[in-house]
Structures are given as C-alpha cells and as structure tokens.
Ligand binder design. Structure first.
Ligand code: AP5
Ligand code: MG
Length: 220
C-alpha cells in the first residue's frame, strides 16, 4: 500500500486504543481518536465539550455534525498526508459517507478497515477493569494489562484514572449503540472490499500480529 488510510472498527473495549498505539508506532501515521479528542474538549471545558459530555455519559453518540467537523479539521493537518489511523470514527453511515467524500476531494480513499471482534461479556469485563492515563491516554487493565506501578502509566508516568463512561449501565448502552448504529459499517466497507476481521479475544501481541498480516509491511 502506498498510503495507509486506515480505520479501526470494533465495539467498546475491543482493544482499538490498545492496538492503535502499536499500529501508529510501526506505520508512522497519526492516531485520530474521536473519543480522545472529545474527552480533551470535556477536560478543557469548551462549549463543544460540555455539549458532548451529556451524550458520552449516557453512552449515546455525539451528533454526526459535531464529530464530522472535528475529523474534517483534523484531516487538514499536514501529518495526515501519508495516512492516518481512525479510532472510533466513523461510527454511523453518514459519518462514513462524509469521510469518503472528504477523502475523495483529496484524491484518496480508505485502504483498509480492521474490525476487532470480541464477545460481549468479555467486553464488559474489560471495560469495568480499565484504567487510562490522564496524560497520554494509554489504556491499562487491573487484571489483563497491569501497569508496573499501580496507578501510574508505564509509558509516560502519568496518573491512571477510570473513565466516567466505564460503569456497567453506560457500558451496556454503549454496546447497544454499537450494535445498532456502528455494526452496519462492516457491511458498508465489505462492499468496498477493504475489511479485515481479526479475533480480538487473543492476547494483545497476538492480535497485533494478525493486524500486521492484514496491513502488510510498513513502507511497502
Ligand atoms: P471511544 O473513546 O471511541 O470509546 P469506545 O468505542 O467505547 O471504545 P473504548 O475506547 O472504550 O475501547 P477500545 O476499543 O479503545 O479498547 P481499549 O484498547 O481501551 O468513545 C467514547 C464516547 O465518545 C462514545 O460513547 C461517544 O459518546 C463519543 N464518540 C466517540 N467517537 C464518536 C463518533 N465517531 N461519533 C459519535 N460519538 C463519538 O481496551 C479496553 C480494555 O481492555 C483495556 O483495559 C485494555 O487494557 C484491555 N484489553 C485490550 N486488549 C485486550 C486483550 N487482547 N486481552 C485482554 N484485555 C485487553
Ligand atoms: Mg479507545
């Protein structure tokens, strides 16, 4: 592939963030996580952040117009010229269509959509034990992916915290929202012939090996 215009798709807790850090390190492309961008806006108390928080705390999707605007702006940044990894976007058919249209204007297209598949009960366990770095957003887990020092990020030394939306009620609604609004995107991208499915129940390094096989060598 001469460009790596990539999308990571999968339910909440599938391991998108976990795999994203490995992918962007090897393929040298920026990690664009709409969830991280929205949480940044919430933390900074911007008008957009205050509006988005209501949806995020409920486990609903933030309106398409808001998220599409964020991604279009981000695609203007020069670091996306050789490719990008979308994590958590698109999440609806209108978002996917808007992304296709924005890329089309740049004479580009999505090369690969990696779908990470994990059973629903495992997702609930993963999310209820997740801890995230306040500084670099790296995800950890109290059992499956423990930091070397409790409460401290291995990568940057930042403080680990529990996301507001990682409580059982919100998690169940996030999973239902995924099934209803986001899962249809697998079909959408299947029609374009760009989908690679990986088994996300394996250990993180093994999941990454399968992703590498699907993407092919960096710089090829
Ligand atoms: P977002 O931040 O995108 O959250 P999400 O899709 O719910 O996904 P998560 O970040 O929870 O999970 P992940 O797949 O990244 O898993 P992770 O690697 O952390 O979105 C949050 C909210 O923002 C949405 O609900 C919505 O309101 C809003 N939003 C965002 N984008 C939007 C959009 N495009 N449109 C509208 N609204 C939008 O791993 C999870 C845990 O499992 C960790 O503890 C990890 O250590 C562990 N783990 C990972 N891999 C493994 C493994 N292989 N084995 C065992 N444990 C593992
Ligand atoms: Mg994530």
């Amino acid at each position: 592939m001469s460009q790596f215009n990539l999308v990571l798709l999968g339910p909440p807790g599938a391991g998108k963030g976990t795999q994203a850090s490995r992918i962007v390190a090897e393929y040298a492309i920026p990690h664009i996580s709409t969830g991280d961008i929205l949480r940044g806006a919430v933390k900074n108390g911007t008008a957009m952040g205050l509006e988005a928080k209501k949806y995020m705390d409920a486990g609903d999707l933030v309106p398409d117009s808001v998220v599409i605007g964020i991604v279009k702006d981000r695609l203007q940044e020069p670091d996306t010229a050789k490719g990008f990894l979308m994590d958590g976007f698109p999440r609806t058919i209108p978002q996917a269509e808007a992304l296709d249209a924005a890329l089309d204007e740049l004479d580009r297209a999505i090369n690969k959509v990696v779908v990470i598949l994990v059973d629903e009960e495992d997702l609930v366990k993963r999310l209820s034990g997740r801890r995230v770095c306040r500084t670099c957003q790296a995800p950890f887990h109290v059992m499956f992916n423990q930091p070397k020092v409790e409460g401290v990020c291995d990568k940057c030394g930042g403080e680990l915290y529990q996301r507001d939306d990682d409580n059982e009620t919100t998690v169940r609604n996030r999973l239902a929202t995924y099934r209803k609004q986001t899962e249809p995107l697998i079909d959408y991208y299947d029609k374009a012939g760009v989908v690679a499915r990986v088994d996300g129940a394996k250990a993180p390094d093994d999941v990454y090996e399968d992703i590498r096989m699907a993407l092919g060598p960096a710089g090829a």
